[in-house]
Ligand binder design. Structure first.
Ligand code: PLP
Length: 381
């Protein structure tokens, strides 16, 4: 009894924030074989694995087309290029997201307009979107599109955002870099909006061993344009140039790796769901736990708490670190306050984004997190 008590007090082994090592251990022989097959056939660019993966991804999420590319940022950019945005155009997006979302809008010469988020789901606030559209019109900009972000894996509320987009003649590009694998009221992420962009960065829900990304769409014409844009605006081949494009393809080796990872993806999602439920059941008195909309599923890219006002987040992180528990803050500053975007238009005050950035804390989460690890983390908290 005495020794057992002692064990409970001493920190258990270092917990991983996202346990990519455990995942690799599980499928290492299959990954080695997959890479070897590519080395054997030598088709490093747009090899057979790329096409096979695109078919599997489209089928997985119920989209008509999957067009892979070099990374998630390019996936967003390719869609914006296909939509032909430029100077004088306004694109609406949440301020509480990763910099890639507004960056591509600004890079193409259009105006990112920052919109606030909801305090429970951390996703785009429809009222704030309306205000943003108004503000853009008043400034003489042309509202063109909206990029809802499914932050931390939780789908945005598309049933509420879609009518606003329709009324204002806006297209919807879903930023699903964190939510691939999730679903919205029976529809898989990837099948919503006019197009969906996702990322295969290693730490994302479906990650490769380098950079990778994908666009999903049901629109045949957009799919053709995207396939052209990713290879220098090719026509019949890359020496027939029908538009200005970019070089953004997914490596065959990464496609081969993703084909293996896709086989265990659903299983990992189930484990994450279970672990998220375990966290939430035990932590409701400690902090605000993440909200997933009814009939929706999160891909749990992050499990993110909102700490009570006045909590010393830094001190809590240090203490947890000493107990072998890594944590992270996504995002410490909303984008409209960043140096790069501080002159951009906002939909008025973005109080929720600003408040969240001071109080959020993400806990370890992956398809390899264990029940006893969750219990230990909960106990330490
Ligand atoms: C990671 C991320 C991206 C960009 O993906 P990369 O593959 O790193 O280029 C875009 N949007 C969001 C919300 C992300 O989290």
């Amino acid at each position: 009894m005495k020794t057992m008590q002692k064990q409970a007090e001493t920190p258990m082994k270092q917990i991983q924030f996202i346990d990519l090592k455990a995942q690799q251990d599980r499928i290492r022989p299959q990954i080695d074989e997959a890479i070897k097959r590519v080395l054997d056939h030598g088709k490093y660019i747009m090899g057979p694995e790329v096409k096979a993966l695109e078919e599997k991804l489209a089928k997985f999420c119920g989209a008509k087309h999957a067009i892979t590319c070099a990374n998630g940022t390019d996936a967003l950019q390719l869609v914006l290029m296909a939509q032909g945005i430029g100077p004088g155009d306004a694109v609406f997006l949440p301020s509480f997201t990763f910099t890639a979302t507004p960056e591509v809008v600004a890079l193409l010469g259009a105006e990112p307009v920052f919109v606030d988020v909801l305090p429970d789901t951390f996703n785009m606030d429809p009222d704030s979107l309306q205000k943003g559209i108004q503000a853009a019109r008043e400034k003489g900009l042309t509202p063109r599109g909206v990029i809802p972000v499914d932050i931390f894996g939780q789908p945005a509320d598309y049933d509420i955002l879609e009518p606003i987009a329709q009324e204002n003649d806006l297209w919807i590009l879903c930023d699903a870099a964190q939510s691939f694998g999730g679903s919205y009221k029976g529809r898989k992420i990837g099948s919503l909006g006019d197009a969906t962009a996702t990322s295969f960065f290693p730490a994302k829900p479906l990650g490769c061993y380098g950079d990778g990304g994908c666009v999903f769409t049901n629109d045949d014409k957009m799919a053709d344009t995207l396939r052209s844009l990713r290879v220098h605006g090719k026509g019949t081949d890359k020496y027939d140039n029908v538009r200005i494009g970019v070089n953004s393809r997914l490596d065959t080796i990464q496609a081969a790796i993703l084909l293996e990872k896709l086989k265990i993806f659903q299983d990992e999602l189930e484990v994450k769901k279970k672990m998220a439920n375990a966290y939430s059941t035990s932590l409701t008195d400690f902090a605000e736990t993440p909200v997933v909309l009814e009939n929706c599923t999160s891909a749990w890219a992050q499990y993110t708490l909102v700490l009570p006002e006045g909590t010393d987040r830094g001190a809590l992180q240090t203490q947890l670190k000493e107990q072998g528990i890594p944590t992270a803050v996504y995002y410490p500053m909303p984008l409209h306050q960043q140096e790069a975007y501080k002159n951009c238009l906002t939909a008025g005050d973005l109080n929720v984004s600003e408040d969240l950035s001071t109080r959020v804390l993400s806990l370890p989460m992956s398809g390899y997190l264990k029940d006893d690890e969750v219990r230990y983390i909960v106990k330490c908290l």
